[in-house]
Design a protein around this ligand. Structure first.
Ligand code: 2M8
Ligand code: MG
Ligand code: MG
Length: 277
């Protein structure tokens, strides 16, 4: 089993970023040596401190909506790029930040779209719009593979903006507060990549369980064997109908880390009642 989880609005509360309700499950999964892999919009800089707080230092994590996979020593393969001083290997799946910034700036120049990206907001603006303390806002501002935007224009123009990005091989996904511009990668592509690496290292395909609350989590929930859609704090993604399958997807009643616990209870405690595998 391999657990992949979104952070904001899922393992972490949307407003307070608290995760204490999930502490018991995290401890149990660590004891059972079940990998718990953060798959998040956050940056590598943010994960550097967060994975220590959450006790996830032995496992890979996926940052910037699938833009980059970070591997600890035990998950390396011989052909991988060299590891950094802390022993982590970075696998880039998405586009680089300069390319993304150039693309959004050119579209704004041409069509006059009203939005503010992290590069426009600066660290102070990121702090204000997320409620993060200064040090964490600085880490969130250090983007490498995605640009979060506060959209301040109409829905119709959002559709046009999305299509223009797609024509350049880029994508736009909704997170919690922001829309995120990325390359071709997604949280689902990253899940498939990690399952492939697991197979390469251990000779078996892992069973995958994914938890998330946003539209950007749907590709991951659609790819995993077991999905948990956590109720959104102030945004509810429109569900594609193929996800209406109770043997694949469970939708929680609670939000944030309480919903996260509800989802794991559903599949891992009551799971035998829901399917006969
Ligand atoms: C941003 O991501 C969340 C994820 O759902 C959002 O769109 O609201 C990112 O900038 C991330 O780096 C940051 O930590 C987070 C803080 O709320 O916001
Ligand atoms: Mg989320
Ligand atoms: Mg997220």
């Amino acid at each position: 089993l391999m657990v992949l989880t979104d952070l904001d609005g899922s393992l972490l509360d949307h407003h307070s970023y608290d995760w204490q309700p999930a502490a018991g499950w995290l401890r149990f999964l660590r004891e059972q040596r079940v990998p718990v892999i953060a798959n998040t919009s956050k940056t590598a800089a943010e994960l550097g401190t967060l994975r220590q707080e959450l006790g996830l230092t032995d496992y890979p994590c996926v940052v910037e909506n699938g833009g980059c996979v970070l591997l600890p020593p035990g998950w390396r393969a011989t052909a991988d790029p060299a590891m950094d001083e802390q022993g982590w290997t970075r696998i880039h799946l998405g586009a680089d930040y300069a390319t993304l910034r150039r693309a959004v700036a050119a579209l704004r120049e041409e069509h006059g779209y009203a939005f503010r990206g992290f590069a426009d907001l600066g660290v102070e603006g990121v702090q204000q719009s997320t409620g993060l303390p200064l040090a964490k806002a600085q880490q969130a501002h250090a983007r490498e593979a995605s640009e979060p935007l506060l959209w301040e224009d109409s829905e119709a123009r959002l559709t046009a903006f999305r299509q223009a990005l797609q024509q350049q091989g880029l994508s736009l996904v909704r997170g919690g507060r922001f829309y995120h511009v990325t390359g071709r990668s997604s949280k689902g592509v990253a899940l498939t990549w990690l399952a492939g690496r697991y197979h390469q290292l251990h000779g078996v395909q892992p069973l995958t369980l994914a938890l998330g609350d946003g539209a950007n989590d749907l590709p991951m929930l659609a790819t995993a064997r077991y999905g948990v859609l956590i109720r959104g704090a102030d945004y509810q993604p429109l569900l594609p109908s193929f996800m209406d399958d109770p043997s694949r997807l469970y939708r929680t009643a609670s939000t944030g880390p309480t919903g996260w616990v509800e989802g794991l209870d559903y599949w891992l405690v009551a799971g035998l009642e829901h399917n006969n595998e």
